[in-house]
Design a protein around this ligand. Structure first.
Ligand SMILES: NC(=O)c1ccc[n+]([C@@H]2O[C@H](COP(=O)([O-])OP(=O)(O)OC[C@H]3O[C@@H](n4cnc5c(N)ncnc54)[C@H](OP(=O)(O)O)[C@@H]3O)[C@@H](O)[C@H]2O)c1
Length: 258
């Protein structure tokens, strides 16, 4: 059994969480351009308003939320239900990255990262599921990362949070496919955004946020579960994770500044 895609985004009700910059902003703008109704969420409301200004009247909603505040997520969802009666696609893009190593391990950073990158998407999914299960329809798309495939240096909290997303999506897929709900696990490689602008190394196979949005929205339309890109990088990392550990660690140490 294959999960459903989306023929056209025209009139589809999409909740984009993390819409104010980078990959989420690019997805939100493209969805607006393609005629979807888009609810824009994140903390920086002025940036959400600027994106909403590009939409037609009644095509967008601005729903400010801090994803680590479960009450705000809950209120945000209910505002969308009140306005639109339901959503067709939850696109959870929001995420944070703080480099973290064992020799300077700040537990608070780990806590914040797991809260923002793993528990927040779980909370959002728990909110949208009851209506989707009732209607036997809907799409849940969550942005993880290729950094979740297997351990990479300086990602002591980010890596586990994204590995958790992969596992979460896989298990959602078992349960939701028979219910007519599609799950899209999104694993980007390097994308040029505010988050990666601070990186002090050359990022291999770097793509733009607009290119990432094309990959993400195209993959959702085709009903793909595993949306990973750019393929020249993500396929290489998929290959690395099937290698025996001594070889895997040797290759990572050789190519990554540790
Ligand atoms: N760029 C890459 O190379 C790359 C690679 C793999 C995966 N990813 C993943 O892609 C996603 C987007 O990253 P990006 O590169 O586009 O980064 P970005 O430009 O920094 O965007 C991050 C987005 O998340 C929102 N956000 C962060 N914390 C939030 C919070 N507590 N509550 C609500 N919204 C929050 C931000 O909005 P506000 O600040 O307005 O709240 C912003 O809209 C993340 O999940 C990231 O892990 C990125």
């Amino acid at each position: 059994m294959k999960q459903k895609g989306i023929d056209s985004f025209v009139g589809k009700r999409v909740w984009v969480i993390g819409a104010s910059s980078g990959i989420g902003e690019a997805c939100a703008k493209s969805l607006i351009h393609q005629g979807a109704k888009v609810a824009l969420s994140s903390r920086r409301v002025e940036r959400l308003n600027t994106i909403a200004a590009q939409a037609e009247e009644n095509q967008s909603l601005v729903i400010p939320v801090d994803v680590t505040n479960h009450d705000q997520l809950c209120q945000g969802y209910h505002s969308i239900i009140h306005a639109w009666g339901g959503i067709d696609l939850l696109l959870f893009v929001s995420g944070m990255y703080t480099p973290l190593r064992a020799d300077d391990f700040e537990f608070q950073v780990a806590e914040q990262t797991i809260e923002a990158n793993l528990l927040a998407p779980m909370k959002a999914v728990s909110l949208v599921l009851p209506e989707m299960l009732k209607s036997h329809a809907g799409h849940i798309a969550i942005v993880g990362s290729v950094a979740g495939y297997s351990g990479l240096p300086k990602a002591l909290a980010y890596g586990p949070s994204k590995a958790g997303i992969i596992n979460f999506c896989e298990i959602l897929h078992y349960d939701l496919l028979p219910q007519g709900i599609s799950v899209h696990m999104i694993s980007p490689g390097f994308v040029a955004t505010e988050a990666t602008a601070q990186n002090d190394f050359e990022m291999p196979a770097l793509i733009s946020a607009d290119e990432a949005a094309v990959e993400i929205l195209g993959g959702i339309q085709r009903g793909e579960f595993d949306i990973h890109f750019p393929k020249r990088f993500s396929r290489f990392l998929k290959f690395l994770r099937i290698l025996p550990y001594p070889l895997y660690f040797w290759i990572v140490r050789r190519f990554v500044k540790i």
